[in-house]
Design a protein around this ligand. Structure first.
Ligand code: GUN
Length: 291
């Protein structure tokens, strides 16, 4: 069983990105610049955004973090996005989700200029992905594709089951795996809350991508011997014995499932780290497209 290690794969990608930035700045140009907006004090969002900012610095990107109160109006948030859209020194914009209930997420997603949409959530980016055109791929599915590439995992012709149909992970993942690309060409089934025979579909799959956000949902009986399992879950589960009072759990019952697989991503230390690598690659792409 091969552990698809996000630490190793993301470090290799970041090393390459760092060298590219050195070449850019060595030629007298400014480095790529990512602007992140964080609304409110959601603990998990704080952690993710802090990690994105830190990893920008590690590879020589500039980053700006705009923190807004939980009570900020939609109008003011949209004004910040507009300012970043028209700021030539900013290449990529991300607004960390989820947003407070009084703000319409879709409006915010659509306010980001598609040329700076490094999260790939804008309908223009999503539409291009569906049509196989060059675009910004949402960071998590992009990170998973980079992981498959790093470990040269053969996907062609395989049956893949994607559990979850979110715009952030499940749906774009299903499109990528079914696309005619190097780590695609799978026959893909998308499972969701209305799927009748999820256990059976899953147990026949060569590749399982679990992206539903339910800790340890995928059990051993749902996984075929020798399958490849990609765990996208990162749920905080209360645990008084843990230093922070919680533990991060994936969507896969790792201890029981891992021995049956040919390759599996751990949680933590798997897909989560690759997500940031995907975002950084998108930011460099945005930079290159505007220069
Ligand atoms: N919330 C959960 N995942 C993501 C992500 O990839 N990008 C943003 N902006 N918010 C998220």
């Amino acid at each position: 069983m091969l552990i698809l290690d996000g630490k190793i794969a993301s470090a290799a990608i970041k090393e390459r990105l760092k060298k590219e930035v050195e070449i850019i700045t060595g030629s007298g140009k400014r480095p790529p610049h990512l602007a992140a907006i964080l609304v409110g004090n959601n603990g998990a969002s704080e952690t993710y955004v802090a990690s994105k900012v830190k990893q920008c610095a590690e590879i020589g990107f500039v980053s700006t973090l705009i923190r807004l109160e939980e009570t900020v109006s939609e109008e003011i948030l949209l004004k910040h996005i507009h300012d970043l859209n028209t700021n030539d020194s900013v290449d990529g914009i991300l607004v960390q989700l989820p947003l407070p209930k009084h703000i319409t997420e879709q409006k915010v997603i659509e306010a980001i200029h598609p040329a700076k949409d490094v999260d790939g959530f804008h309908p223009v980016s999503a539409g291009k992905l569906v049509q196989g055109l060059p675009t910004f791929i949402p960071a998590t599915p992009y990170g998973i594709m980079l992981m498959l590439e790093h470990y040269n995992v053969e996907t062609k012709g395989k049956n893949a089951v994607v559990i979850g149909r979110s715009n952030i992970v499940g749906r774009p993942m299903s499109i990528l795996l079914s696309s005619n690309i190097k780590y695609g060409n799978c026959t893909v089934t998308i499972c969701h809350s209305h799927t009748y025979n999820l256990d059976e579909l899953c147990s026949k799959a060569d590749i399982v991508v679990a992206a539903l956000g339910r800790p340890e949902f995928v059990k051993a009986h749902m996984v075929k011997e020798g399958a490849i399992v990609i765990d996208v879950g990162i749920t905080r589960v209360e645990d008084a014995s843990a230093k922070k009072g919680f533990r991060i759990k994936g969507d896969v019952d790792y201890a029981a499932v891992a021995p049956k697989t040919s390759a599996i991503t751990p949680v933590p230390g798997g897909v989560g780290l690759m997500t940031i690598a995907g975002l950084l690659k998108n930011t460099l792409q945005a930079y290159r497209q505007s220069h």
